[in-house]
Design a protein around this ligand. Structure first.
Ligand SMILES: *[C@@H]1O[C@H](CO)[C@@H](O)[C@H](O)[C@H]1NC(C)=O
Ligand SMILES: *[C@@H]1O[C@H](CO)[C@@H](O)[C@H](O)[C@H]1NC(C)=O
Ligand SMILES: *[C@@H]1O[C@H](CO)[C@@H](O)[C@H](O)[C@H]1NC(C)=O
Length: 425
């Protein structure tokens, strides 16, 4: 009852406080007037309910008192039972269960899952003890990149990585002859992007057991990349979101921060002392620090849980997402987001699932457009075989549209969430 009264009281307070300062807008005044009326109505209800409860309370007391006189023993029993029930209910109030699972006893609830394959026979519990934690490699693939993808997957030790392929061209059977095909998971959906797949098949509760999620493109070369060394570096450096640096001699480099440094294991910022969009040691925002590009991101479990929630179901090119990744860095983005130099890759930048016109992209980068528009990073992809320049420009158009929408949604969300505090403001 008290709780109820309190919550109603706070509702009333809220409604009234909304009217604190009266702007001139007549619509606002009207709303305010309604609020006052509904607040008054609520007050009446509280009053009536309050008195009803008091009445019931008194009746109960009278009847227990009467019973106590006649049967002493059963009274004691009843009290013990009641005490037990109160302890149980106060114990249970603090118990947390995932939404929807409340009717079940806690111990049977399996909230998270994984992609590990299970044998059809033998004891299901036998393997559990020997299991050590793995990471996940997920790549959107088309059959035309089979050779390149195979080279990537071969580099990832199967003891330490589970592999998941997202087939955007619907061709799955033709992968069956690669050595690791049977132990990989294959998901097929025509013409869908990496972010579409990730949103649908990498729910944080489903990938909860993987230490790190590698959400990579297919057009990468991994000659100088060793997954286990990479893991030990990002663990040591506390990088919650990272990417391997790009070999500048062989890669299409679109953003300064991804270019490989020759010294040290990692870098977390770039310096750009001239021209537009300058970056100094004291810069705190992307593109100077606190972000990575989206062709080969690696997320920690917690960073992924956060990032997954930020991916919009309909914004499949995810333009603009990268600049907000810092919010998922589990702390200071200029420390927890970084690029690993000692384990590096080549980004071939070929138009795979379509792909941007490379000439156009390079022109953008050269003119410095990429520095001032750090979010236009995501490679645009459409089905390879039939992708024409018309397709590509249509995809490009949609990508910009998505970028705009994402920014608008972010701004709206920031304004509407009164409880949210921007750690980077
Ligand atoms: C990789 O797997 C091996 C063998 O299963 C295990 O001993 C090792 O600890 C794993 N390494 C990492 C970084 O998880
Ligand atoms: C950051 O450093 C630059 C160059 O050293 C300086 O001009 C600028 O005022 C500094 N900005 C802040 C906010 O300290
Ligand atoms: C996939 O995209 C290509 C163009 O890139 C198009 O020709 C094809 O019809 C699309 N397939 C489906 C099923 O949408």
């Amino acid at each position: 009852m008290f709780v109820l009264q309190n919550s109603i009281a706070s509702t009333i307070m809220m409604k009234l406080s909304n009217c604190g300062s009266l702007p001139k807008d007549p619509a606002y005044k009207r709303q305010c007037f309604c609020n006052l009326i509904s607040a008054a109505a609520l007050l009446c209800i509280v009053f009536f309910m309050g008195s009803a409860f008091v009445a019931i309370d008194i009746k109960e007391k009278v009847s227990t008192w009467g019973a106590a006189n006649s049967v002493q023993n059963s009274q004691t029993n009843l009290e013990t039972k009641r005490n037990l029930e109160t302890t149980k209910s106060s114990l249970c109030e603090s118990q947390w269960k995932p939404a929807g699972s409340e009717p079940l006893p806690k111990g049977i609830i399996s909230q998270t899952s994984n992609f590990e394959m299970q044998p059809l026979w033998g004891s299901p519990e036998r393997k559990v003890k020997t299991k050590h934690s793995k990471s996940l490699l997920a790549i959107p693939v088309g059959i035309k990149q089979k050779g390149a993808v195979s080279q990537i997957v071969e580099k990832f030790p199967s003891n330490n990585f589970t592999v998941m392929l997202f087939h955007y061209d619907g061709v799955v059977d033709e992968w069956s002859d690669v050595r690791w095909s049977d132990s990989a998971l294959h998901i097929s959906a025509i013409n869908q992007t990496k972010w579409w797949f990730a949103k649908r098949f990498l729910h944080p509760d489903v990938v909860a057991e993987y230490n790190y999620i590698f959400l990579w493109d297919e057009d990468l070369e991994v000659e100088n990349f060793h997954p286990l060394r990479y893991l030990s570096i990002i663990k040591r450096e506390g990088l919650e979101i990272s990417q391997p640096a790009l070999d500048t001699a062989k890669s299409a480099v679109h953003h300064g921060i991804t270019a490989r440094w020759r010294k040290g294991d990692v870098h977390r910022r770039i310096y750009k002392l001239g021209g537009g969009g300058r970056c100094y040691e004291n810069s705190t925002t992307p593109p100077c620090t606190g972000w990575v590009e989206m062709m080969a991101p690696v997320f920690s479990r917690d960073a992924w849980r956060c990032t997954w929630h930020m991916i919009q179901n309909d914004l499949v090119h995810a333009w603009g997402l990268d600049t907000k990744l810092g919010y998922c860095a589990q702390g200071d983005r200029s420390k927890n987001v970084g690029v690993v130099d000692s384990e590096y890759i080549v980004h071939r930048g070929i138009p795979t699932l379509g792909g941007l016109d490379e000439k156009k992209r390079n022109a953008d980068s050269a003119s410095g457009a990429s520095q001032t528009k750090p979010s236009n990073l995501e490679k645009v992809k459409v089905h390879h075989g039939s992708s024409t320049s018309k397709d590509r420009s249509a995809v490009r158009k949609r990508s910009y549209f998505e970028l705009n929408l994402f920014r608008k949604r972010w701004q709206k969300a920031v304004i509407e969430d009164k409880c949210w505090v921007d750690p980077y403001s």
